[in-house]
Ligand binder design. Structure first.
Ligand code: FAD
Length: 453
């Protein structure tokens, strides 16, 4: 692959080995997990950057962006490329800015804040934090591979969210520095509420180069799998545990049968026809917890101490959006939705969905604590895909009955469900990327030259 910009950027960096133009490499680093969605697969297959550039510092990011701004070259940031909505797929070619080399952890402060660069892998940060008595507040099930910068740019929450909320809540992101895409790129500091200008904006309004991430005190965890005769019983028990602060937990994930049958490596913990729940609870509470589960009709099919991310079985490997991956392996017609049910009417909402869609929707719930403290019965249901119309019908029906859907089958910030109604992400784009060169096409309300306010 030939790009007129490769030689110029290589000379700016003084290191040609960090400017990649090999076609196969550029193609590989232009992809993420958008193929989870049959809708996005059609739209994004074949989209590719022109070259990959690997900066090693914020100062280098500034130099690269200055060049690209001056030459109207689009720039798409990339962490580890594990996003599901094509966030990191360049729609208009240009530079794929691979931040993996910016992977320094500067400090874990004594009051539990990690200060690091964006390319740090979340698993590395978790292990490092635990050495000084802290751990991540929440993390995606892709923790081993995913980067901190990519989590801020395109993720939302995960394991730990049941206790500590999602990434955007509880001031988990204390502050960040980002490089702007102006003629003279600046490094701007966003603190407190102002972090939301950049969070979950898919790298459309600044390249994050430094992060202050609040941690939680580390806990010795245990894991268990508990089977119930019905999904209703599994859900009742899960809801009770999620909502009771006396239980120290990191994961509460009930699955409707046949989802557990898709988990090939841990199938032996999934009795035929039964609903299954995966938990991470404090190791000190595991015995008492399992007693309660049995009293409520549960059968403990696996139980053990959690010995870190290399533990086998690692039950979190089957939760959050990994569940969809296992389903797709079993039958590639499966896809998914991302929902938040109403805590007051969740059972009624689930009943209506089952009535209308039967086995086209299989319940996989994930509880998380909302910013106002409410426990949300969230869900990443597995959906049997037939047509786009049928999928849209399911999304509309969810919304009609009051189920919030963050639509994972669209490729722009605004319609994905995490866009802020106060437009702060768009306002930041107007300030920091006036030409619209950062990940162009992903913030669809942005019109170069027009000001929102
Ligand atoms: P990338 O995919 O590389 O990037 C994500 C977005 O951030 C892109 O728009 C990119 O341009 C932007 N970006 C990257 N770096 C920067 C930067 N430095 N500055 C500005 N923008 C930047 N997500 C969850 O939230 N919770 C889950 O539990 C979860 N489970 C998953 C399970 C599977 C099997 C898969 C495939 C995905 C899952 N995801 C989940 C999605 C994804 O793994 C996470 O959001 C992850 O944190 C993304 O990190 P990444 O480094 O791969 O980011």
């Amino acid at each position: 692959m030939d790009s007129p910009h490769a030689a110029a950027i290589a000379s700016i960096l003084g290191d040609p080995s960090r400017v990649l133009t090999n076609r196969a490499t550029v193609e590989q680093l232009s992809r993420d997990f958008y193929w989870y969605s049959p809708v996005l697969r059609k739209q994004l297959d074949g989209k590719v950057g022109d070259l990959v550039v690997q900066p090693a510092s914020a100062a280098e990011v500034q130099k690269i962006l200055r060049y690209c701004q001056g030459h109207d070259v689009p720039v798409t940031a990339r962490g580890a490329g594990t996003g599901n909505y094509g966030q990191a797929v360049p729609l208009h070619g240009g530079v794929v800015l691979d931040l993996a080399r910016m992977d320094r952890i500067e400090q874990i402060t004594t009051d539990g804040v990690a200060v690091c660069e964006p390319g740090v892998r979340l698993g590395v940060l978790e292990n490092e934090a635990r050495k000084s008595g802290w751990e991540l507040r929440c993390y995606p099930s892709t923790i081993i591979k995913a980067s901190v910068g990519g989590f801020l740019g395109g993720g939302s929450g995960g394991i730990g969210s049941v206790a500590n909320g999602n990434l955007r809540d509880y001031q988990t992101v204390r502050a960040l520095e980002a490089v702007t895409m102006e003629a003279e790129p600046r490094i701007v500091l966003h603190e407190g509420e102002a972090v939301h200008d950049i969070l979950h904006a898919w790298g459309t309004n600044g390249i994050v180069t430094r992060i202050w991430l609040a941690l939680a005190p580390a806990v010795e965890w245990g894991q268990c799998a508990i089977a119930f005769d019905t999904f209703d019983a599994a859900f009742d028990f899960s809801e009770r545990i999620a909502g009771d602060p006396a239980w120290i937990k990191r994961l509460v994930t009930p699955f409707e049968w046949p989802i557990p049958s898709f988990f090939t490596p841990v199938k032996r913990y999934a009795p035929q026809g039964k609903a299954l729940v995966f938990f991470m609870v404090a190791e000190s509470q595991r015995g008492k917890f399992e007693e309660l589960a049995r009293e409520r009709g549960g059968e403990v099919t696996y139980s053990g101490a959690y010995l870190g991310l290399r533990t086998r079985p690692l039950l979190s490997d089957y939760t959050w959006n990994h569940t969809t991956l296992w389903a797709m392996r079993a039958d590639e017609a499966y896809t998914y939705l991302q929902c938040a049910f109403d805590p007051a009417t969740v059972r009624e909402q689930m009943r209506k969905l089952k009535e209308r869609f039967g086995r086209e929707i299989l319940f996989h719930m994930e509880f998380w604590k909302a910013g106002d403290g409410q426990m949300i019965p969230g869900a990443i249901p597995v959906v049997y895909y037939t047509t786009e119309e049928r999928l849209n019908d399911m999304i509309s029906f969810c919304r009609k009955i009051g189920v919030f859907v963050a639509n994972p089958h669209v490729n722009n910030v605004e319609n994905g469900g995490r866009y802020r109604p106060d437009n702060v992400q768009l306002l930041a784009k107007e300030r920091y990327d006036p030409k619209g060169l950062l990940n162009p096409g992903k913030m669809v309300t942005f019109k170069p030259g027009e000001l929102t306010r």
